[in-house]
Write a protein that binds this ligand. Sequence first.
Ligand code: ADP
Ligand code: ASP
Ligand code: MG
Length: 407
Amino acid sequence: MKFGGTSVGSVDRIRNVARRALEAQKAGNDVVLIVSAMSGETNRLLSLANQVTPVPGAREMDVIAATGEQVSAALTALAVHHEGGKARSLLGHQVRILTDAAFSKARIRSIDATAIREALSRGEIAVVAGFQGVDDGGNITTLGRGGSDTSAVAVAAALGASACEIYTDVDGVYTTDPNVCPTARKIDRISFEEMLELASLGAKVLQIRSVEIAMKYNVPIHVRSSFSDAPGTWVVGEDQGLESVTVAGVAYDKAEARVHLVGLEDKPGVSAYLFEKISEENISVDMIIQNVSKADGNRTDVTFTLSKSDLQRSRSIIEEIARSAGAQDVRYDEDVSKVSIVGLGMRTHAGVASKMFRLLANEGINIQAISTSEIKISCLVAAKYTELAVRTLHEGFGLSKAPPSKP
Ligand code: ADP
Ligand code: ASP
Ligand code: MG
């Protein structure tokens, strides 16, 4: 059972978590809790570090950020004691959640579940601090924003749990962000593949990496509300009686910026050079568009998107690379947003892309770039149209109405 920031956001809410865990234990389950930092806490900790120095070292940042989860784990264990139960808090290094050394975005390599199993065998509720691990050198690492989801699914996989319950401030995965679109509808079941796309396209309800692990180890995830007992959304394999829809959901991402390289030399090896250099700088690029050659035949334009935070730190590098690749000009646009539709049904239905473009056109929304994969289509639009585009696509693809389920 994983509880996110809002669900442990106050002492009362932590008591609620303790009570729910004890109920689950009384029902005959071994219970492992994974807790996030209290809501707002991780931001507060990171901003403290930023006040001390403008570019804080990554190792110390993780030492600071990990404390948020340490506090909630211990408070939750105390709350269980207060309710008359047995519990023990366990930090990342105590469970031994071993990660690589990529501070602030570490990946889990292995989990030694012995400490958790010992706690369970003593009848305790194991309360594991989410978001944190330890690298080979004994350094504290963190798993990226939203990383407690990943801690939870990884622990569930390591224990061979029958499911991983993710308790949050919405009662499931919706057809789009319910805070943006009032007619968003809760989905009963969604496939790992669709959830993976939605998460990577901006739906922050689950961290991407958590869905990857769930898919790899076939751990069903149940996303549900920490404030009610209503069933939430099951994220499961494709064969598990999913809804029969073409488009399952709409996602948006305001965190990307667009870079436009004007008048690059049009000859073999230019893109290779450009993106090799960019990747050497550890900058990940998302959408890439190269125009056809200009009329004079030896110049072309390349546009790509990357995260806004990467852009700030890498502008001068991009300009240098662009110059050596023969670009005549480099332009930036940070007022963009990526709006995407996702659905397994796109594999077999024609006309989904054209419908998406028509719906956006009807609202006068210009498309600046397009990218597609087997089960998703993304359009880059001006940031001010994000909410309008999300609602338009949500209505246009009929997502507010409940779909028929497959036999
Ligand atoms: P937690 O702190 O519990 O991990 P998060 O804030 O990380 O919670 O994730 C839950 C939030 O995800 C919701 O409050 C909602 O605003 C947002 N969200 C975005 N897209 C979706 C979606 N498709 N379905 C449900 N929630 C979504
Ligand atoms: N506390 C961390 C964050 O705010 C991890 C999490 O909540 O999942 O990103
Ligand atoms: Mg989260």
